[in-house]
Design a protein around this ligand. Structure first.
Ligand code: FAD
Ligand code: DHB
Length: 389
């Protein structure tokens, strides 16, 4: 097979890029290791920036987001009894959209046939070749047969563990990493949310987040040591812990119900730079990971895809090679700022095992400052809604 762009991974980044390239008349094929149903079964992010919604709008695939998404004007930081509301609408003039990653992926998936976007699911043993030159190719197994796709570019949208980043020769890039000593234990349940806006809570027993997918479906998280096993957390134990950590006001409104999904996600900050090597470009989690505290992971994947689509369009439509060579710097400028925001909000809202009284006093002082300073609130709000692309 031959195409212009071979995309590895049909998560949100790969599908979004495929649709954007198709819309520009650029040929591409998306390769995914799993089945479509498996991709849709992964419960992940829940908050979309305007930039991400804007890309769906540009594709004309924002119908369900507009109909079913929940626009939010603010969110809350809780510390013990105190609740600090960040009025993002008043401070930035923008909103965020509460809409699950699963739903966004489904919208992109549902449109593939109609728009002629070819996605090959259950592609096994995907391997990248000749990425240093201008004629890279991808090999994989499908239905028992070994296949090959020749392309002008390969875009790695295959997440943190995928083969794309690993195909870059040692020494051709640099890794920056911070691993955190805890993970987020998430629970999804068909019960109304305890609050109409999100609450990120820093409690002496640890972090908690009250989020939602709709008026009837809630998503909650508590942080747990990496040694914890999800089997040791019954639904009741999670609800009890949430009621303590989120504080009495929220606890009074928590509706309990059986979990639809329960999982632990480790927290990590990671950047691989540069985000391009030869004819391979990286987008989303294949190039970087943020801890989930700022809701930036999926949104960064979308902004990378925006820059990558722009660069590839420049190349194929205007023979603009500089567009390709400028991709990594453009994407990384936004990535680093989101890494900083996610790291600082993680630092502010979690109790780190190595922290002493001084570090805790710094959290209290920072939360005091945020509670009383419009400038501090604006800084948080403009990062939360997403910096401009
Ligand atoms: P992915 O969604 O990981 O998609 C990559 C795709 O590539 C997958 O479909 C995968 O199957 C495929 N792939 C992998 N290897 C191969 C291969 N060898 N061949 C072919 N295909 C391959 N962000 C938030 O903002 N909030 C959250 O609550 C949140 N929770 C998360 C929980 C977990 C467990 C994880 C892992 C991430 C979470 N994130 C969250 C981050 C957010 O979900 C990601 O940033 C987002 O999914 C990135 O999209 P992506 O398309 O780059 O990568
Ligand atoms: C959700 C996840 C996040 O990481 C976050 O910051 C906000 C919401 C969620 O899954 O709903």
């Amino acid at each position: 097979m031959r195409t212009q762009v071979a995309i590895i991974g049909a998560g949100p980044a790969g599908l979004l890029l495929g649709h954007l390239l198709k819309a520009e008349g650029i040929e591409c094929i998306v390769l995914e290791r799993r089945t479509g149903d498996y991709v849709l079964s992964r419960i992940r992010a829940g908050v979309l920036e305007q930039v991400t919604v804007g890309l769906m709008e540009r594709l004309g695939l924002d119908g369900r987001i507009k109909a079913e998404g929940l626009p939010h004007d603010g969110f809350n930081l809780a510390d013990g009894e105190r609740l600090i509301r960040i009025d993002i609408a008043a401070l930035t003039g923008q909103q965020v959209m509460v809409y699950g990653q699963t739903e966004l992926t489904r919208d992109l998936m549902d449109a593939t046939d109609e728009r002629g976007l070819e996605v090959i699911y259950e592609a096994a043993d995907v391997a990248l070749h000749d990425i240093d030159g201008n004629s890279p190719y991808v090999t994989f197994s499908s239905a028992g047969a070994r296949q090959r796709i020749d392309a002008r570019f390969i875009v790695g949208c295959d997440g943190f563990h995928g083969p794309s980043r690993k195909a870059i020769p040692a020494g051709a890039g640099r890794e920056f990493e911070r691993v955190y000593p805890f993970g987020w234990l998430g629970i999804l349940a068909d019960v109304p949310p305890c609050n109409h806006e999100l609450i990120y809570a820093n409690h002496e027993r640890g972090f908690a987040l009250a989020s939602m997918r709709s008026h009837t479906r809630s998503r909650y998280y508590v942080d747990v040591p990496l040694t914890e096993k999800v089997e040791d957390w019954s639904d009741e134990r999670i609800w009890d812990e949430l009621a303590i950590r989120l504080g009495p006001d929220a606890a009074a409104h928590i509706m309990r119900g059986p979990s639809i999904e329960k999982s632990i996600a480790p927290l990590r900050s990671y950047v691989f730079a540069p985000m391009r090597h030869g004819s391979l470009m990286l987008c989303g989690d294949s190039a970087h990971i943020v801890p989930p505290t700022g809701a930036k992971g999926l949104n960064l994947a979308a902004s990378d895809v925006h820059y990558a689509a722009e660069a590839l369009t420049g190349f194929f439509k205007r023979n603009d090679r500089d567009a390709i060579s400028g991709y990594s710097d453009k994407a990384l400028a936004r990535v680093w700022k989101a890494e900083r925001f996610s790291w600082s909000l993680t630092r502010l809202m979690h109790r780190f095992p190595e922290d002493g009284d001084f570090e805790r006093a710094m959290q209290v002082a920072e939360l005091d400052y945020i509670a009383t300073s419009r400038a501090a609130q604006t800084s948080i709000a403009e990062n939360y809604v997403g910096l401009p692309v």
